[in-house]
Design a binder for this molecule. Structure first.
Ligand SMILES: NC(=O)C1=CN([C@@H]2O[C@H](COP(=O)(O)OP(=O)(O)OC[C@H]3O[C@@H](n4cnc5c(N)ncnc54)[C@H](OP(=O)(O)O)[C@@H]3O)[C@@H](O)[C@H]2O)C=CC1
Ligand SMILES: O=CCS(=O)(=O)O
Length: 251
């Protein structure tokens, strides 16, 4: 059975992906910081497939390396790594942001993703043909917008890291993809606004955002393409979202 490791499996895209891969019979390594949510997911999906849950903060390089090194033999080598754990904070303009929030985004979206990738690479290369790394980037990594500051910059890192990894992994059979979603209704905005449910509801009200299951379907699609196909970047927006005009400062 193929084996997927999914970071940030306690919510949103990660949890929906866990369900999608389980429906197809994959063995799953599910990680996140909220143990009770991991336990609930194991309870739910463990009836269908082999599930290993690991309470893990991706920012902790040593813990990540230990967790991957300690994977039991029935959960290695890896077929797919879904580097999904991440967050946005501080929707206000850059000049009003608490520096700690910038550090948290960099530590999670960049350092955390790099920590997991570094630890998992040997297990993906061991699988070789058909293995894949799927990184969750964002439209924010490609298109600037007010309040995007460090969040968008972390996702630009994800995009370029994806391409550079591809160069180094050429010949190993391991594929690498940046999936870049637009607006999707998950706990993302609740986290970004530090628990402001009304602000989160307002953002998604009156339109049709992507749902976590939509992105999970794309992740599963990319992971199960024939071995010889690598999608480099997949940008996915809701039909009811598009770019806006440049802003102009006038007298
Ligand atoms: N929703 C959207 O509009 C979009 C989201 N994205 C990206 O998709 C990814 C998933 O987001 P989404 O599902 O929407 O958001 P959610 O907030 O619903 O889920 C985020 C997940 O990341 C985990 N996570 C956050 N910080 C850490 C950490 N330090 N260590 C381990 N896990 C962590 C959370 O788990 P826990 O708290 O238990 O640790 C949670 O499972 C993120 O990388 C996000 O940037 C990209 C484009 C659009
Ligand atoms: O990454 C999330 C999508 S957005 O909020 O930046 O548009």
């Amino acid at each position: 059975m193929p084996i997927a490791m999914i970071t940030g499996a306690t919510s949103g895209f990660g949890r929906a992906s866990a369900r999608r891969f389980a429906a197809a019979g994959w063995s799953l390594i599910l990680t996140g910081r909220r143990t009770e949510r991991l336990d609930a997911l194991k309870q739910e999906l463990g009836k269908q497939v082999d599930v290993l849950t690991i309470t893990l903060d991706v920012r902790d390089a040593e813990a990540v390396a230990d967790a991957v090194a300690s994977l039991p033999s029935n959960f290695r080598p890896l077929t797919c790594l879904v580097n999904n754990a991440g967050l946005a904070l501080a929707p206000e303009p850059a000049q009003k942001v608490d520096l700690k929030d910038w550090h948290t985004m960099i530590d999670t979206n960049i350092t955390g993703l790099v920590n997991v990738t570094h630890a998992a690479l040997p297990l993906l290369i061991e699988t070789g043909a058909g293995a894949s790394i799927i990184n969750l980037g964002s439209v924010a990594g490609h298109w600037p917008y007010p309040g995007g500051h460090v969040y968008g910059a972390t996702k630009a890192f994800v995009e370029q890291f994806t391409y550079n990894l591809r160069c180094d992994l050429l010949g190993t059979g391991v594929r690498v993809t940046d999936i870049a979603p637009g607006m999707a209704e998950t706990e993302f905005t609740l986290v970004r606004t530090k628990g402001d449910q009304a602000a989160s509801d307002k953002l998604y009200r009156g339109t049709t955002p992507l749902q976590a299951e939509d992105i999970a379907e794309q992740i599963y699609y990319v992971a199960t393409l024939p071995d010889h196909i690598n999608i480099n970047r997949l940008e996915v927006m809701p039909t009811r979202q598009a770019w806006s005009a440049f802003n102009i400062d006038r007298d």
